[in-house]
Design a protein around this ligand. Structure first.
Ligand SMILES: C[S@@+](CC[C@H](N)C(=O)[O-])C[C@H]1O[C@@H](n2cnc3c(N)ncnc32)[C@H](O)[C@@H]1O
Length: 182
């Protein structure tokens, strides 16, 4: 219930940056987490972790907490995330500055809940350029969209889509997309 009430509160306060009417379901969270490559070394960066349900799924899939870095813009969400996951690095910041936050890290996957379709084109282009520049060949970008049939939201040039799956058990239904950096 804590997840729902915080998300709705944030949605009313800042609809464009939340872009969701409910926390991600277990089905959606699992469908995202299962694609993170476990065998490769490197960090997993989670953008817009919100209430942390996808973070939870990553931990349940065996991703070590010390391998996860969260970047979340909302102070209230960061407060909740720090309570839930004291062992995870949580950056209270904006994904448009992602290059500064992870400059020293080797990143093997970026997993995102960012509502790209409701953010401004400038922001989407900046974040997409970070995806192109920070990911090295063979690393992953994994996200979901509420656009069930087409359109991914990002404008990154060097990502090849390798998997897509519709998740009906989510409010609203969503589509997972998995990309590999070329
Ligand atoms: C769709 S909600 C997250 C839903 C999450 N999967 C959950 O179940 O709680 C999107 C999240 O992205 C965050 N966000 C939006 N724009 C951001 C940005 N530019 N940088 C970092 N976080 C951002 C919002 O604060 C919000 O927590």
């Amino acid at each position: 219930m804590q997840n729902w009430s915080l998300l709705i509160k944030e949605l009313l306060h800042n609809p464009a940056h939340i872009g969701a009417i409910a926390p991600s379901s277990k089905s959606l969270s699992n469908a995202l987490a299962k694609h993170i490559p476990q065998e490769k070394p490197g960090k997993i960066v989670e953008l817009g972790a919100g209430t942390g349900v996808i973070t939870e799924a990553m931990l349940e899939h065996g991703i070590p907490a010390e391998d996860i870095i969260i970047v979340e813009r909302s102070a209230s969400m960061v407060h909740l995330l720090r309570e839930k996951f004291p062992q995870i690095t949580i950056i209270h910041g904006d994904a448009i500055h992602l290059d500064q936050y992870v400059a020293q890290e080797s990143v093997k996957a970026i997993i995102s809940s960012l509502p790209l379709r409701s953010l401004t084109q400038d922001i989407v282009q900046t974040i997409s350029a970070h995806l192109d520049n920070l990911l090295t060949p063979g690393s992953y970008y994994i996200h979901y969209t509420y656009s069930l049939f087409n359109g991914s939201g990002h404008t990154a040039q060097n990502l090849q889509k390798i998997h897509t799956q519709r998740i009906w058990r989510n409010l609203p239904p969503a589509r997972v997309e998995v990309y590999v950096r070329q």
